[in-house]
Ligand binder design. Structure first.
Ligand code: ATP
Ligand code: MG
Length: 442
């Protein structure tokens, strides 16, 4: 792709309406465009990042045995009346009528719909556990949409649901999501801390929010710093290994403000380990037992006895993660973004110096481009006539992690290759490909 033909509408200056760095950068680099309050279009650069995030989320759900489905965005009010949440949900739910005058809504979450799907097909405990997920747009008519896609009205979410026969088995399902979330965020180079959370309108009594520390976050957290040291790398999907991991985390007092208790915080956490700060919620998992299965009559046969299934639900803010990664990685003062290679919109850019009426450097850039594309490296050529320093500045802002520079003394064996904001190396094309390929694996 040539930069001149790409749809990356960069703004000259930071937009004044944006208050936090992710919102600023996303508007500035043309990743998104607001269409109405809290509703955005995703332009190519932003969309590419979101799709890469989505894919990591999908792979990590599949890895722990969750099956992908796709439920619609539009739901009927009937199932919400069964669960009793139609009234409770309040004004965040967008309600409307179809031409037959039926009450419909744009799904803010899917517990009811997935329970309805489950109960119509699964009849025996032998089919349990059932773990299902989908990645779909949600609508919540937030009172104060703000910070761009961080708190918007229409957003992209992965939501998963588990169905089990007993509390113990349900806890095992919960723990599978627990480890899959840690692995998911790690692949985006984020350190997300699981914090005990309130269950809110979803109900139930076991819940963790996955929080990324950031000053601009909306969640207040109170934590024991030792939780940052917990190591999940040796955890397997085995029941006991997961119980151990949960204990390793849960033994540290670490909560969001709804659960905060000053006395508990001060008695459980030695003073030098106490941390009170802010963070961004990127994921939230809940266990709520038979709250929906009872009200919606979702049961299975267990040796001749009718048992209501035990359920949990598990969300990840796929679109919010785009902003959360920027909050974690963007250097405000230097105006440099460095996307983690696993979610970067492009792996590398080629910046040829283009002299008037001379296509030589552009031709060289094209040759390198073709070699990279053949090796499945996603690359963009800046074919504009801007000078090199403004090209570098522009690509530092866009955050593409690697840059190949083609100047007038280009040498095939010693190509100028640099990681964003680092000193250049002079290496062969084969070595560039080797490095880029190795960085892509994660
Ligand atoms: P919050 O506390 O931020 O309002 P929530 O607890 O209502 O979120 P959940 O129902 O747990 O959210 O949704 C799962 C995930 O979806 C959240 O962890 C978050 O990452 C994302 N999310 C929720 N609301 C929004 C929103 N308005 N805009 C963007 N992402 C959102
Ligand atoms: Mg939440």
């Amino acid at each position: 792709m040539y930069f001149s033909k790409s749809f990356i509408p960069i703004l000259k200056n930071n937009p004044t309406e944006a208050k936090i760095k992710s919102h600023k950068l996303m508007l500035r680099t043309g990743m998104i465009k607001q269409s109405s309050a809290g509703i955005y279009s995703w332009l190519p650069l932003g969309f590419k990042v979101m799709k890469k995030i989505e894919n990591i989320v999908r792979e990590e759900q599949n890895r722990v045995g969750v099956q992908e489905i796709l439920m619609p965005t539009i739901q009927s009010s009937e199932i919400w009346k069964e669960s009793g949440r139609y009234e409770d949900y309040g004004e965040e739910m967008l309600r409307f009528k179809d031409r037959q005058n039926r009450e419909m809504l744009y799904g803010p979450t899917n517990e009811e719909l997935v329970t309805e799907i489950f109960r119509s097909s699964i009849k025996s405990y032998k089919s349990l556990p059932q773990l299902l997920y989908h990645i779909q747009w949600k609508f919540r008519d937030e009172l104060r949409p703000r910070f761009g896609i961080m708190r918007c009205r229409e957003f992209y979410m992965k939501d998963a649901y588990s169905f089990d026969i007993s509390d113990e088995e349900a806890n095992y399902s919960y723990n599978k999501f627990f480890i899959s979330y840690l692995n998911t965020f790690k692949r985006m180079e984020l350190s997300a801390i699981p914090m005990a959370a309130d269950t809110g309108p979803i109900g139930g009594n076991l819940s963790h929010e996955f929080i990324i520390l950031a000053d601009t976050g909306e969640s207040k957290i109170f934590t024991d710093k030792r939780i940052f040291e917990v190591d999940s790398t040796k955890t397997t999907i085995d029941k006991n290994s997961l119980i151990k991991l949960r204990n390793d985390y849960d033994k540290f007092y670490s909560v969001t403000d709804e659960k905060f208790n000053k006395v508990k915080f001060e008695t459980n956490v030695p003073e030098n380990f106490r941390l009170q700060t802010k963070g961004i919620e990127v994921g939230h998992i809940f266990y709520f037992g038979d709250k929906y299965s009872k009200s919606m009559n979702a049961s299975v046969d267990f040796n001749g006895k009718k048992e209501f299934v035990k359920m949990g639900s598990y969300g990840i803010g796929v679109s919010r993660l785009v902003g959360a990664i920027i909050e974690a990685k963007y250097d405000d003062t230097k105006e440099i973004m460095k996307w983690p290679m696993t979610v970067s919109p492009y792996d590398c850019c080629i910046l040829p110096i283009i002299n008037k009426n001379d296509n030589l450097n552009l031709e060289k850039a094209n040759n390198i481009y073709n070699a990279l594309i053949e090796n499945k490296i996603d690359v963009l050529i800046d074919d504009t006539e801007e000078n090199l320093s403004s090209k570098i500045k522009k690509f530092n802002l866009l955050g593409i992690p690697f840059q190949i520079i083609i100047g007038n003394n280009f040498n095939q064996q010693k190509i100028e290759f640099k990681e964003i904001n680092e000193e250049p190396k002079y290496i062969s094309l084969e070595n560039i490909i080797k490095i880029l390929k190795s960085k892509k694996i994660n």
